[in-house]
Design a protein around this ligand. Structure first.
Ligand SMILES: *Cc1c(COP(=O)(O)O)cnc(C)c1O
Length: 428
């Protein structure tokens, strides 16, 4: 599908393009394997001389169709589905970093990603420096070293809802000769397309709004095709020098703009196997078909809910980047003029204890470890995802002990607000 096609049309009809007599609906190719007629045909696939499906750990027509839809939504040249958002972030970095390398990341990122980068990847010999994304260009550049291979950030951070200045980050990355990788999970390409602001690679936890119905864990990597790996060949030997596991083939020479995604597929997926199942990709695709309808409703409801909370006496503070009181309001308006996402956070004057009582009193909003779902849900990081941290450690991570993460769904805003109202009546 052409990139100038509108995003709503891509949501509904992108990806799977049935030909004469083929199913209208994306079929689930529930097969691990694919048949060939001669041994030579199969051999050529293994040498990457021909393209074709042979084993679902590497590629499958169902997952490929969904990856193509997400790539079209982001305005990229191609995409790859992964088994989870965690796998997408790991692959995105590991595809260009090896032991001895280093990358720079915003500190305002999802807790799981923070742990992956700061603990697990360090064990693999890949070092990260976390920087404050609001620091000046000069300050951020100081974190770069000769062996730095990427810059990473989240468009809207989970759960602190800080908006990234993507243009500033792209400028820094490109002056340093490395790609900018953006986790665009919260806004989705409906509300922000980081490639339009200079990002090179986009990653997603498709588990969130893209699926939208809390049905399937998944992730995706999309390449803009804009980063010139060969121009920085000494930095990216994995892409620009021969791969011994493919008889000395060089990805940039053989695959041009598709070098990064081809390597991620034929080398990382082959060896690490974090594949998304065709069944999950099918469910994800159904979610994507209504993404353009759900996102505006999430944003509209979140604004109404946050405005209601701001006016309530029992509420100490409200954090939502679409509110004019947010320090990120200007950035949100620049990068996401139609709204950011449906996730907000707030605290109660009664502190931690009253926050817990408030959550326990909610009826429509469910306590679940999830965000960005059609159903309104709520989580108290201090008692749930971050419960091992002391109050001091929580503050260091930018998470106040009273912080309630509230993921506003697509129900009627009146009902969500009525639920909040009755729960607030239960607290001091
Ligand atoms: C949830 C999330 C992830 C991790 O995704 P999973 O699908 O849960 O593995 C990564 N980044 C962001 C911004 C997230 O919200």
């Amino acid at each position: 599908m052409k990139t100038e096609t509108k995003r709503s049309t891509i949501c509904v009809q992108g990806g799977w393009q049935p030909k004469k007599g083929e199913p209208r609906v994306l079929p689930i190719y529930q097969s691990t394997t694919f048949k060939y007629e001669t041994s030579d045909q199969m051999g050529r696939l293994f040498d990457l001389k021909d393209s074709g499906y042979f084993y679902t750990r590497l590629q499958n027509p169902t997952t490929d169709a969904v990856a193509a839809k997400i790539a079209a939504l982001e305005g990229g040249i191609g995409g790859m589905l992964t088994s989870s958002g965690q796998a997408a972030n790991f692959f995105a970095i590991f595809n260009i970093c090896q032991a001895g390398d280093h990358f720079v990341s915003s500190s305002a990122i999802y807790g799981g990603t923070y742990n992956l980068f700061g603990v697990t990847m360090k064990k693999l010999g890949i070092d990260v420096t976390f920087i404050n994304p609001n620091d000046s260009e000069e300050e951020i550049k100081k974190a770069f070293r000769p062996n730095t291979k990427a810059l990473f950030g989240e468009t809207v951070s989970n759960p602190t809802l800080e908006v990234l200045d993507i243009e500033k980050f792209a400028k820094i990355a490109h002056e340093k000769g490395v790609p900018l990788i953006i986790d665009n999970t919260f806004p989705t390409p409906i509300n922000c397309r980081p490639f339009e602001w200079g990002a090179d690679i986009v990653v997603h936890s498709t588990t969130k709004y893209m699926d939208g119905h809390a049905s399937a864990i998944g992730g995706c990597i999309v390449d803009s095709g804009n980063f010139d790996w060969a121009a920085h060949g000494e930095k990216f030997p994995g892409l620009c020098t021969p791969d011994e596991s493919y008889h000395g083939l060089t990805y940039t020479e053989s695959f041009g703009k598709m070098a990064y995604l081809t390597k991620a597929t034929v080398q990382l997926m082959r060896d690490l196997g974090s594949t998304q199942s065709p069944q999950n990709a099918f469910l994800l695709n159904i979610g994507l078909e209504t993404l353009h309808l759900r996102m505006p409703q999430h944003c509209k409801n979140a604004l109404l809910v946050s405005q209601y909370l701001e006016k309530n006496d029992k509420v100490a503070w409200v954090n939502y980047c679409d509110l004019p009181t947010s320090p990120y309001y200007q950035l949100a308006k620049k990068y996401m003029p139609n709204g950011s996402c449906g996730v907000i956070s707030f605290g109660l004057k009664g502190g931690r204890e009253e926050s817990i009582k408030f959550m326990d009193s909610l009826k429509l909003a469910a306590i679940v470890t999830h965000v960005a779902d059609a159903r309104t849900c709520v989580l108290h990081p201090a008692s749930h995802t971050h419960r091992q941290l002391s109050d001091e450690q929580l503050m260091e991570a930018g998470i106040r002990p009273d912080l309630i993460r509230f993921s506003v769904g697509i129900e009627d805003a009146d009902d969500i607000i009525a639920d909040i109202k009755q729960a607030l009546a239960q607290v001091k």
